[in-house]
Design a protein around this ligand. Structure first.
Ligand SMILES: [Zn+2]
Length: 123
């Protein structure tokens, strides 16, 4: 680095030129504050110990499965339309599939169409 007024070499970190006494320009473009892009940390759904929880009601799914399970209504409820339709045609896998779903809902292993667990009892 060299003095702007006399051209002599300056010692590093010198505030003034030892030769001519001129102030060493320290106003070199201050680094533009990196206003970090706001990192959206908002999670779309509540999470319990890392498990994605569906916004669908477990109670509703349970009741639908219990009374209309052979029609796959509980699957329509959680968005699983494809398997819901399949259930209608198979009468809930002759009741076995419906029974399995019912158990899954009770034990908290039933998932919605997005793979999130249906755990919330609140309607
Ligand atoms: Zn100088």
């Amino acid at each position: 680095m060299y003095c702007a007024s006399c051209g002599k070499e300056l010692p590093t970190q010198a505030a003034f030129c030892p030769a001519c006494g001129a102030a060493v320009g320290g106003t070199a473009g201050a680094t533009r504050g990196g206003a970090g892009a706001a990192q959206g940390s908002l999670r779309p759904y509540p999470s319990r110990s890392g498990v994605e929880v569906s916004e669908k009601s477990r109670l509703a799914a349970l009741l639908l499965c219990l009374f209309l399970g052979w029609l796959g209504v509980h699957r329509f409820y959680v968005g699983k339309v494809g398997t819901g339709v399949l259930m209608i045609f198979t009468f809930g896998g002759l009741g076995i599939w419906t029974l399995i779903d019912l158990i899954m809902i009770i034990v908290g292993g039933f998932k919605d169409v997005d793979g999130r667990f249906v755990l919330d009892w609140q309607v």
